[in-house]
Design a protein around this ligand. Structure first.
Ligand code: C2G
Length: 449
């Protein structure tokens, strides 16, 4: 008897899952299905699983395809199961190509083509279905986003929109998407929500048009380059009962959220100073340095340090000054220091595309300070430090993958629970960040060196 094994979460059991199991079964005579526990999913960084283990087991059982169901509880279990059950074939969807090649030492490994697109007729209930998401843009961040999306339950990336057919086709094939589209209205008709990962200056028009058509929008940072436009989009999203979320990934990551609550808890006394730095050297004629594409250090990077400062000190900024070093060739700021004065505190954000600095975050209080080493925007670790260093405390958190999964999980949570904002990034905070970028671009408060 030829024995086949496959594994998965099987949350909100859908046609993609059923087809995978059917084809896995055909590879042999007996199919074992391993279903992940909540703990295991958490440990492998899978977010937003909506059903409990028992419910997921029931769905797989109800499909009638599995001969035996087991639960998958820990890293490394697959090899043990293969040996224990004398497995001949390990099958898994093609979204994992390469990942399980190490199993070839124990049995045959087959990657089965994943089901592209989950049509709405397969959705169980409207509220609790799989969100159909379309991506605008096919650059680096869009690639990373798709890789991360497989760690978020309840969403399927259906298609991609853009202007260049050849690039779109390649992107759609590479990521096994159901479609690519150059006509924006046709694109919108095929999906429930969009992720905007195109160049900054195009965000506003895409987001606006999608919201007008009743689609939810997850928009890369900076969402727009102006406070006025941010306000307009948030009010449009409200009237259309759609979710609009600015994708500043740090805001949604567990370590950063904990950092903010520790900072605000009084553990370091009253906060009087924040220094937040993010530099990323780029070369050549890349988009980040093109003035006509909204390039420059502030537009590219300032959302992160401004997020940290605004989350802790608030949106009531009394005075703001920018000091910049402009690259004469591109005429964009390749380094900017933003000084912010609050009623009871001061803060500095430093960003650079052409000047390097230590990318750390220091939150200074009257009793001690919090030190977050680079890269603080992928918050995994921070230290609470005091004059008497025997009282120092270290805190560690997980920051999975590229972190993009956290913003996607938040977006889906907001859609499913119909909340237009959460404490992780309020509309007011996002508005303020976009307003500061606008103020910089206005040039009045900027001194050049
Ligand atoms: N699948 C598919 N088509 C889809 C969605 C999923 O073929 N549109 C496949 C996946 O490739 C996987 C199975 O269905 O083989 C279960 O998918 P998930 O429930 O998302 O579980 P996953 O995170 O892929 O589990 O140990 C766990 C496994 O390593 C992976």
């Amino acid at each position: 008897m030829k024995k086949v094994i496959t594994y998965g979460t099987f949350d909100l059991f859908h046609d993609g899952h059923r087809r995978l199991l059917e084809r896995a079964k055909k590879l042999g005579d007996y199919l074992i299905v391993g279903i992940t526990t909540e703990n295991y999913d958490e440990s492998r960084g899978k977010l937003n699983v909506q059903q409990g283990l028992m419910e997921r087991i029931e769905s797989v059982k109800a499909s009638g395809i599995a001969d035996k169901i087991i639960i998958e509880e820990y890293e490394g279990q697959k090899i043990n199961d293969i040996q224990k059950y004398n497995i001949d074939v390990f099958a898994i969807g093609s979204d994992w190509v390469g990942k399980f090649d190490y199993i070839k030492e124990y049995c045959t490994v087959v990657y089965l083509e994943r089901t592209k697109g989950i049509s709405s007729t397969q959705i169980r209930t409207k509220n609790n279905g799989i969100l159909k998401l379309g991506i605008i843009g096919y650059g680096r961040i869009a690639n990373r986003f798709i890789r991360e999306s497989k760690y978020v339950s309840g969403v399927n990336i259906e298609g991609v929109f853009g202007g260049n057919i050849k690039s779109l086709k390649e992107f759609a094939e590479k990521h096994e998407l159901a479609f690519f589209e150059t006509d924006f209205n046709k694109f919108l008709n095929k999906i429930d929500a969009i992720y905007v990962a195109s160049p900054h200056l195009t965000h506003y028009a895409y987001a606006k048009s999608a919201l007008e058509n009743g689609k939810h929008v997850l928009c890369e940072k900076p969402m727009v380059l102006s406070g006025k436009q941010a306000k307009e989009l948030y009010s449009l999203s409200k009237s259309k009962k759609c979710i609009l979320l600015e994708a500043i990934k740090t805001a949604y990551s567990p370590g950063f959220i904990r950092l903010i609550s520790v900072a605000k808890s009084g553990l370091i006394g009253e906060i009087k100073n924040i220094d937040a730095t993010f530099t990323k050297l780029v070369e050549g004629d890349c988009r980040e340095l093109q003035a006509n594409m909204g390039g420059g250090s502030v537009t590219e990077l300032a959302s992160y340090p401004l997020l940290a400062i605004i989350k802790i000190l608030g949106t009531d900024i009394e005075k703001i000054e920018f000091y910049s070093y402009f690259d004469n060739y591109h005429n964009v700021d390749v380094f900017t220091k933003i000084n912010m004065k609050y009623n009871t505190a001061i803060a500095t954000a430093k960003v650079g595309l052409g000047v390097k600095s230590e990318g750390d975050l220091i939150i200074g209080g009257t009793k001690g300070y919090i030190y977050v080493p680079a890269p603080w925007w992928k918050t995994e670790y921070f230290e609470i430090r005091y004059e008497d260093f025997s009282n120092n405390k270290k805190q560690y958190y997980k920051f999975e993958g590229d972190g993009l999964r956290y913003e996607l999980a938040e977006f889906i949570y907001m859609i499913n629970n119909r909340c237009d904002q959460t404490y992780k990034l309020t509309q007011m905070e996002s508005y303020k960040i976009n307003s500061i970028i606008e103020q910089f671009l206005g040039g009045n408060a900027t001194e050049r060196i």
